[in-house]
Unconditional design. Structure first.
Length: 360
């Protein structure tokens, strides 16, 4: 082949490759007029609607459908959809469900090109939702599990997870089972306080032995926020592992209660936005997640929920800043549950928890 013909042939081949690549490149999401968002019910739904979700939909002429529910229900429906024609465009998931859904291939990777506010979320938090260089969730609010206590009944406030064993609290400690989120998070905090890891069976066994020593102090085993609130209101429980935002809300309502971030580390319970694969309104999903990740929406939600948020530009109220630990320094010290180790063991841990505490 002569040089000129060879050059022409190579150029034609390169052009063909470029055209072929362009033809197979991902097309921009189709423009639609709707968005379906799965959120937790009750106050959570009221707060997120009022914090900017409804306003954004109204200002952008979107038909907004809010579906109240919980992780287990949403995850089951996403798994049934198998990444095709998801029943939701956006869902709020806890960290363990984000992990499970990502592993099952049910989530759309999030790209800062479509969600610019991702760049403003705390890296210590966002790194927990990144696998192989791709991000699968936009962290939103951070509940920190610590120790709630009745300030009028407790003479010596707790400072550490291990203070639950203080004889002063005998008969007035409430502990939740690992089947409830607060219970599993407390157990993770206990293992950490004892210098162990959830992935180490010996460390877990040590924590259960320690739990057995709590029998005399434990008075109840609540399995819901309502049950914990009732125990605190009645004064049956003086000290109980609970989330900071819920405690400060009860304090705001007049209950003589306070909260301690344990010196050995609070345990995180995060609410995070994900976009399922096969979201029918993908373009709107990107836009809404970006809006929900903005400092304005996050501040409005924080004002209502009294939780710390993930956008580093949130301008917190003076009241919240005086109570809630926020910012990279605080967030980098949070204890995150190793769900890959915990989830397969949950049934066995629940059985051993019951045996240790004599709870049914």
């Amino acid at each position: 082949m002569r040089p000129k013909l060879a050059s022409t042939f190579v150029l034609s081949a390169l052009i063909g490759l470029v055209v072929s690549a362009a033809a197979h490149a991902e097309a921009p999401p189709a423009s639609t007029d709707s968005v379906v968002v799965g959120v937790y019910g009750g106050d959570w739904e009221k707060n997120i609607r009022a914090s900017g979700l409804e306003q954004y939909a109204r200002e952008n002429n979107l038909k907004l459908t809010v579906v109240p529910g919980a992780d287990a229900e949403w995850f089951a429906k996403l798994r049934a959809a198998k990444g095709h024609r998801s029943p939701y465009d956006i869902v709020v998931f806890q960290p363990d469900t984000v992990q499970r859904a990502q592993a099952a291939g049910l989530l759309q990777p999030l790209d800062a090109q479509h969600i610019p506010n991702l760049a403003n979320l705390y890296q210590s938090v966002q790194s927990r939702f990144t696998w192989q260089g791709k991000t699968y969730a936009a962290a939103f609010s951070l509940g920190q599990l610590g120790l709630a206590y009745r300030s009028d009944l407790v003479k010596t406030p707790p400072r550490s997870w291990l203070d639950l064993w203080n004889p002063e609290y005998k008969g007035h400690v409430a502990i939740s089972s690992p089947t409830y989120a607060a219970g599993l998070q407390f157990f993770a905090g206990l293992v950490h306080a004892l210098g162990g890891e959830l992935s180490n069976p010996a460390d877990v066994a040590k924590a259960f032995s320690k739990l057995a020593e709590l029998r005399g102090n434990a008075v109840a085993f609540p399995d819901s926020p309502g049950a914990i609130q009732t125990l605190l209101e009645r004064g049956d429980a003086w000290v109980v592992p609970f989330w900071d935002g819920r405690v400060f809300a009860l304090k705001q309502q007049g209950l003589k209660i306070d909260f301690v971030y344990p010196s050995d580390g609070p345990v995180v319970g995060a609410a995070n936005w994900v976009i399922p694969k096969g979201a029918p309104n993908l373009a709107n999903a990107y836009k809404v997640v970006n809006a929900l990740s903005s400092p304005q929406v996050q501040k409005a939600f924080s004002d209502r929920s009294l939780y710390g948020m993930t956008n580093k530009d949130v301008a917190y109220s003076d009241q919240l800043k005086s109570q809630v630990k926020v910012g990279e320094e605080a967030y980098s010290k949070l204890i995150w549950i190793d769900y890959a180790s915990a989830t397969p063991q949950l049934a066995d841990w629940t059985r051993r928890w019951g045996q240790a505490l004599g709870a049914k």
